[in-house]
Design a protein around this ligand. Structure first.
Ligand code: FES
Length: 146
């Protein structure tokens, strides 16, 4: 299928930021898209209320890699509250948009952050559901993955 990516998407796909793992992470989240099989793993280092470091690993398509890269840039150094407010739409806007068939890939990035924050709260003995909300463990926003 022919569609074009913005320069920012191509840049974050070719040179993804914050790739890797954090060995002593305070929260780790993993989400997957059941239709395409892509998986995203997110590691957070949290001090006080601030996300001081974030790394990710994405086994997936170029749009999933670019959105996770941009998402990590958008939450690094920010508060947990800011990270919880980050939507896939904001990540897409920061990337100057995504082709419609790739919008669902950005959902994975939002879910991965929420999943990592859920893990963080669970480790603190706090029920994450009222804070983080329903993450969903798969992308069911569209039928575009094959
Ligand atoms: Fe599966 Fe992009 S996340 S095709």
């Amino acid at each position: 299928m022919a569609f074009s990516y913005s320069e920012k998407v191509m840049d974050h796909f070719a040179n993804p930021r914050n790739v890797g793992e954090i060995a002593d992470a305070d929260g780790v989240g993993e989400v997957g898209n059941s239709k395409c099989g892509d998986i995203m793993k997110m590691y957070l280092k949290i001090e006080g209320n601030t996300i001081v470091d974030v790394k990710f690993k994405t086994f997936g398509c170029g749009a999933a890699i670019a959105t996770s890269s941009m998402a990590t840039e958008l939450i690094k150094g920010k508060t947990i509250d800011d990270a919880l407010k980050l939507t896939n739409k904001a990540v897409m806007e920061a990337l100057d948009g995504l082709p419609p068939v790739k919008v669902h890939c950005s959902v994975l990035a939002e879910q991965a952050i929420k999943s990592a924050l859920s893990d963080y709260y669970t480790r603190q003995g706090i029920d994450p559901t009222p804070i983080v909300g329903d993450i969903g463990d798969h992308c069911d926003h569209c039928d575009h993955c094959e």
